[in-house]
Design a protein around this ligand. Structure first.
Ligand SMILES: *Cc1c(COP(=O)(O)O)cnc(C)c1O
Length: 456
């Protein structure tokens, strides 16, 4: 056949679509078919043989599968990483979700003061709770902590110097780098000390007429150990205040108060203690160890928080009503002394023995189905840039069959329905139950059995 004849022999998109017989939206099926036919045409033009109709339909089906998998969907987190940024960080509990449903399915007093009938402040309801929890004079909320840091620097420090230790010029995942955020805010970075050691004299020597603030940043996702020194918050606050300057502290993970947080979070700095130590503004995430929705809290001195609230960027990064509804219920759980009701804390506080029993039960169920599996002890982590050196004892299920290869098994689990995201430890796929809701155990068992029995 001539090249032109071969191209004419390729099926039309309509025929491929008909063969797919998919219930996905027409436009998506059409795109999957179009891409498969285009790929076949390109191959023929490169001198390859004309693919069979069946091959083209298979390619279109794969395209459609990839489109379906690219949808935002529920997955089972079997990684043992509690705050997994790629998996949406903190899960929300029934109470938080109900609040979102109540507020978002109808109208709300989002910006209406019900007492006076005047325009209200969307931050006010959570600000009251944040003050009660942390002792802050005032608070407001941005879309996430990166935005909170950006607006705070822009509002308080633009055009002036911000003094920070070289040991705290950190990068968090996802492109959040302190020097770059600083540049975007219009503040000038003044680095002091060295990577491993910064003293109070280093800070003092850098303060001058152009200084707007001292910034302390919690190096969330790593630890410098060995010959190190950092200046504790109270000492730094004293120095800042002697010079009439505010001390800003980016806490990262969002522990509210050591006296209310589960013991697991103890090594992280907490908002209440940082403010009590003299910090003027603290900043933290809503969806890390706080266990709430994505948000960034700015809390501290009323005049500074007010300045942040008035900055034009604040309008661009303000949270929506669903976030505020979920955050309000999260904060209420703490105020009522019940943070253990938050899914993140439930998972973190599940006794090791309960995890072991579940792992043994799952392994037994898999053996009953003729699949090789074993309960194994493992270590879970907080993740989300917090507690980098802390691990939590956990239990998981490991496949003991030599086939398929761990990477293949991991991929099959990831492409299942629902996807199960597992990790590989010592060349074996391990389903870490620390991050799995017990109600999902049967689903996990079925997913593992089917991934193990699929043809290699
Ligand atoms: C995680 C983190 C941020 C970014 O917070 P997001 O809520 O992800 O925007 C900023 N600073 C520190 C120290 C962090 O740990």
């Amino acid at each position: 056949m001539s090249a032109a004849g071969e191209l004419r022999a390729l099926p039309g998109v309509d025929r491929v679509m008909a063969a797919l017989d998919s219930d996905m939206p027409h436009a998506l099926v059409a795109e999957a078919a179009r891409a498969a036919v285009a790929e076949a045409r390109a191959a023929v033009q490169r001198g390859r043989p004309v693919p069979s109709f069946g091959d083209i339909v298979e390619a279109a089906r794969r395209n459609l599968g990839a489109t379906r998998r690219s949808r935002l969907q529920r997955v089972i987190n079997a990684t043992g990483v509690l705050v997994h940024t790629n998996l949406g960080r903190s899960p929300l509990g029934p109470r938080q979700l109900q609040a979102v449903v109540d507020i978002a399915s109808g109208y709300s007093n989002l910006e209406l003061d019900l007492s006076s009938g005047a325009r209200g402040d969307r931050h006010a309801p959570v600000a009251v709770l944040l003050s009660a929890l942390t002792g802050a004079e005032a608070a407001l909320v941005a879309n996430n902590n990166a935005a909170a840091v950006l607006v705070t620097l822009a509002a308080i420090c633009a055009g002036r110097d911000v003094v920070i230790s070289r040991g705290e010029l950190i990068e968090i995942g996802g492109g959040f780098r302190i020097p770059e955020v600083m540049a975007a805010s219009g503040a000038r970075l003044v680095e002091v000390g060295t990577t491993n050691r910064t003293s109070i004299r280093d800070y003092a020597a850098a303060l001058g007429p152009d200084t707007a603030a001292i910034l302390k940043v919690h190096p969330s996702n790593y630890r410098i150990s060995g010959f190190t020194a950092e200046v504790p918050a109270p000492e730094l606050a004293r120095l800042a205040h002697e010079h009439g300057l505010p001390l800003l502290y980016d806490l990262g993970s969002g522990v509210l108060d050591h006296d209310r947080a589960p013991a697991f979070a103890a090594p992280e700095p907490a908002a209440a203690q940082a403010l009590a130590a003299g910090c003027d503004v603290v900043l933290f995430s809503g969806d890390k160890l706080l266990g709430g929705p994505q948000a960034g809290v700015v809390a501290g001195r009323a005049d500074l928080v007010r300045a942040v609230g008035r900055h034009p960027l604040m309008r661009a990064v303000r949270p929506d009503k669903m976030t505020l509804a979920a955050l309000q219920e999260t904060l209420l759980a703490y105020l009522e002394g019940d943070p253990g009701s938050l899914p993140l804390w439930k998972l973190a506080q599940t006794p090791e023995d309960a995890l072991r029993k579940r792992a043994e039960r799952l392994a037994a169920q898999l053996k009953d189905r003729g699949r090789g599996a074993q309960a194994v002890p493992c270590r879970a982590v907080a993740g989300g840039g917090s507690l980098p050196e802390r691990t939590l004892p956990s239990w998981g299920v490991a496949a003991t069959e030599p086939e398929p290869d761990a990477m293949v098994l991991q991929q099959r689990l990831r492409q299942g329905d629902p996807p199960v995201i597992a990790r590989i430890v010592d060349d074996r796929v391990v389903i870490d139950l620390r991050t799995v809701d017990p109600e999902d155990d049967p689903t996990v068992a079925a997913a593992l059995a089917s991934a193990l029995s699929a043809a290699p």
